[in-house]
Design a binder for this molecule. Structure first.
Ligand code: NOJ
Length: 687
């Protein structure tokens, strides 16, 4: 390969570079980077193509004109489905079910691969603790254990048994590192996190990517420890390649290599390219820094060609591994692309994943609804068809049912799909036996660059909610959201409160079935719900203090003078239409990998139910400050009404760790106490 051909492999461009009519995505100062036709026919990969025909066209055109005929890699953001849209990742995390995370990813890969996509920019492994950040929707929430488990399963789901199987996608975990620690929830600036927290909590998601053998990782836009991740040897070399042992391809985020200059950390294109190469950044997404500056650097003797070779080799190995060198049209199948996505079976899978996600926060005997109930539904979100959530590029909102559509089709209850009520509405609401008021966010309110200074309900929805509860106290509040919203202060006075993150294609069916009791809610919170915006970021893993607030009037304790410390609902909270009793829990077995608990549970209610059971490890004495308890195991149990059964809860031992003051990962030493918990009931187990 010539130097030019090697550099080309490290350059990723959007498809519109090939044709002006294929415009998909333009961002930042990209337009400056005009590249020549010769350079274009040497690039290694493309991001964000529109569909199978465009993909075939581009690959054919490219292979005809390029000398080496190394096929282009196609990458895209297939975040929670291709056309069959699964719940947003935060909603999948609410199921606490790794199998659902794996299944959603597997089907997303299967569908997307038919359009010729090879790599997905997913899963987002960033730990997310601040509801102001719009991208919490794309995360698995605030807890490192959950983050690890959900991320690991998603990578396995995308990549399957072998990447040679053309119905798989290579996974690109993102964004290394600590993108979720965005200061005050704002995108694209700095992540502020102590080095100990970085190792102890934030690395877990990326560790999961490496353990699950994700082929790629994406660097983050933000600055960590004073340097933008994309050019940071500490982030890419020390943390990712050395500490976590990652051997795959590292790609920048969109234009983020070039943006190192806008962070005023590098000052010329040449310096930026050099720092990117030295940090072991392999592919540059979109801008032309590598394309323009690597060769001059090598010619001047400032950059060793060996570094370039190593990066190129990683890219070529990826192409080989996914079978692209044998078949440039790997997976591409327009006929299948026209029928498989949104097929009955895939819709059913989306429904099955989504049905375990809605979270019942409150129920004073008002839910489930009865077909015969005199109930009226209120709120403009009833007519919202875009229930797909952000990051659903290929999803078709117009083919998605709104909740109102499903309710009208299946039930005869009155709908008032407005946020502003007239006199007739008010009279009807006053006379109804129950009122379901639907409030929350719409898809465009969360996702990338959708930070909120106040992640609450809109003024309109707050007013609507207050108006409805003032005229009829039998209110069931249904919240649709992409983040853990800070709800109005009296929301707990709702007789019923159901919280649902955006669930994708099957959302309306799942919500109707949950409200009317065909489904029993079994989701639990993957992020804490704060009472006030000022509490943010609020999460469950706070450290113990020498001055805990104990409700006394003593001033010098850890508290707010005009607010409370406690959340509205903590991580893992969620009720059921049935009730369970934790009868017994004991250690069953231990091996090198895990401790296995045996937990006996009875469904004490009158309907079948499913629910996650959580296991928390009490922190043994260690020389660093850690939360008193950490999550180390989750298992979903399912029980018929009145049934008793013994379940196994597995506690993988690699989660029994801490980082010491030298940032070395250490295992906790036993004996351990583990608390098993299920809807307010707990049992301690000695292990
Ligand atoms: C920017 C986002 O931060 C990243 O997550 C995404 O994969 C890229 N754009 C490509 O669309």
């Amino acid at each position: 390969m010539t130097l030019e051909e090697k550099v080309g492999q490290l350059h990723q461009v959007p498809p519109f570079f090939f044709s002006d009519s294929l415009v998909n995505e333009v961002a930042g100062p990209l337009r400056k980077y005009k590249i020549s036709e010769a350079q274009l026919y040497r690039v290694g990969s493309i991001l964000g193509t529109a569909g199978p025909e465009e993909m075939r066209q581009l690959q054919t055109m490219y292979l005809e004109k390029s000398r080496l005929k190394i096929p282009l890699l196609f990458m895209a953001d297939i975040i929670h489905g291709y056309k069959t849209i699964f719940p947003i990742p935060l909603a999948i995390a609410a199921t606490m079910d790794v199998e659902r995370s794996r299944l959603a990813a597997k089907i997303a890969a299967k569908e997307a691969a038919t359009s010729g996509i090879h790599v997905t920019f997913s899963p987002m492994a960033d730990l997310a603790r601040d509801a102001r950040w719009g991208r919490v929707m794309e995360s698995s929430g605030e807890d490192p254990f959950l983050n690890y488990q959900m991320t690991y399963a998603a990578v396995k789901g995308y990549q399957g048994e072998s990447l040679k199987d053309p119905s798989t996608l290579a996974a690109c975990g993102k964004h290394v590192v600590a993108y979720g620690a965005a200061v005050a929830g704002k995108d694209y600036t700095q992540a502020e996190v102590s080095k100990h927290s970085l190792y102890q909590y934030y690395l877990e998601g990326y560790r999961a990517c490496v353990d699950a053998e994700a082929e790629l990782l994406m660097s983050s836009f933000n600055v960590v420890e004073g340097v933008p991740s994309t050019v940071s040897p500490f982030v890419l070399k020390t943390l990712i390649r050395q500490h976590l042992g990652f051997k795959g391809v590292i790609i920048s985020d969109y234009d983020s290599l070039n943006e190192a200059q806008f962070h005023h950390v590098t000052h010329t294109g040449e310096e930026t390219a050099l720092k990117g190469m030295q940090a072991t950044l392999d592919i540059e997404m979109s801008s032309g820094i590598y394309q323009n500056y690597i060769i001059p650097l090598i010619k001047k003797g400032q950059l060793s060609e060996r570094l370039l070779d190593q990066a190129v080799l990683r890219v070529l190995q990826l192409k080989e591994k996914i079978g692209l060198l044998d078949d440039p049209f790997r997976g591409l199948n327009p006929a299948l692309e026209a029928t498989l996505p949104l097929s009955e079976a895939h819709y059913q899978a989306a429904y099955d994943v989504a049905k375990a996600s809605p979270i019942l926060l409150q129920n004073e005997g008002v839910l489930p609804l009865n077909k015969e109930d005199d109930v009226v539904f209120v709120g403009s979100l009833l007519d919202e068809q875009n229930l797909l959530g952000a990051w659903a590029w290929h999803g078709e909102a117009e083919r998605t049912a709104s909740l109102g559509m499903v309710l009208r089709q299946r039930y005869s209850h009155e709908l008032i799909p407005f946020d502003t009520l007239n006199e007739t509405h008010v009279a009807r609401i006053q006379n109804a036996k129950k009122v379901v008021v639907v409030v929350g966010e719409r898809s465009k309110e969360f996702g990338e660059a959708r930070s909120k200074v106040s992640p609450t309900l809109s003024e309109e929805h707050i007013q609507l909610w207050h108006q409805v509860i003032a005229i009829n106290p039998s209110v069931i509040t249904l919240v649709l959201a992409g983040r853990p919203l800070v709800l109005p202060s009296k929301i707990e006075t709702s007789k019923g409160l159901l919280y649902s993150f955006y669930l994708g294609s099957a959302m309306a069916d799942v919500l109707a079935d949950t409200l009317f009791g065909q489904l029993n809610p079994s989701g639990t919170l993957p992020m804490t719900l704060a009472r006030e915006v000022g509490q943010l970021p609020l999460h469950t893993l706070s450290l113990p203090t020498g001055r805990p607030f104990e409700g006394k009037t003593y001033t010098y304790t850890s508290h707010y003078i005009e607010g409370v410390n406690s959340p509205l609902y903590p991580l893992g909270y969620g009720l059921s239409y049935t009730s369970f009793s934790l009868l017994k829990a004991k250690k069953m077995h231990e091996n090198d990998q895990a401790i296995l608990l045996e937990v006996t549970i009875k469904n004490t209610g009158t309907i079948p139910g499913e629910h996650p059971v959580f296991a928390y490890l009490h922190t043994p004495p260690v020389p660093v400050a850690l939360p008193e308890k950490t999550l180390v195991g989750v298992s979903r149990i399912s029980l018929d009404a009145g049934a008793t059964q013994t379940f196994t809860v597995t506690l993988p031992k690699h989660h029994f760790y801490y980082y010491d003051t030298q940032y070395r990962r250490q295992s906790f030493l036993g004996p351990f106490t583990v608390t098993v918990s299920l809807i307010g009931e707990t049992l301690d187990v000695s292990c």
